[in-house]
Design a binder for this molecule. Sequence first.
Ligand SMILES: [Zn+2]
Length: 236
Amino acid sequence: MECPNCRNTKSTLFGSKSSHTLYSCPSCSLIYVHPMPAADELLRYYQDYHKTPQYTRKLKSKQRRAKKRIWSLRRLAPGKKFLDIGCNAGFAVEAARNLGLEACGIDLDEASVKFARQHYPMGDFRMISAEALATSDERFDIIYCCEVIEHLADPHSFVSALYSLLNTGGVLFLTTPDIAHFSVQQNVLGWTAVRPPEHLLYFSKLSLQQLLASHHFAHIGFRPNLKPTVKVLARK
Ligand SMILES: [Zn+2]
């Protein structure tokens, strides 16, 4: 089979979890589910993807954390147009708006978009994919994309859309679980972030660097993190 990131065909069996099999690519270090779940299995899965009451209670602290991150991104961006991809309950869009940015959030989950609109009525929330939005002529100065890419089966069409959606000089901030982090090395399959079919692609700094560079992103830099999350900044 072919690595969904670097297309190498020499992947080896990594293990299995929740009736899904994972393979490891020796070239780029990506770990991925194969075969990818069928569309109807994913649809069934996400229909049961409820927000817990604890999640709603955590919104204020999530908004504060997003505000800190976006404050530092704002200084790097060439303009004020902010896009949150996978905006979920809308807290990052609200944080960006409070920082004076023109903020838009997109999500494919109808319940999330509805929740965001109710909680943050001043925000611009849309149910659309990054790929579909990229076909419009709307462009952004900051793209914020936290814990989304690991849910996808095809990272290339997604990252290509991210690049298209940025203005020249625009900045991408993206996070995803870090499969190569020292804190998870001993028991990767037991790690809570390894949960197919919700998470299909497991990146490291190496595989993410390759993916972004293959779509012409420049100045790709990683923020140090003691927690097992890759935080990457890149520019168009
Ligand atoms: Zn690979």
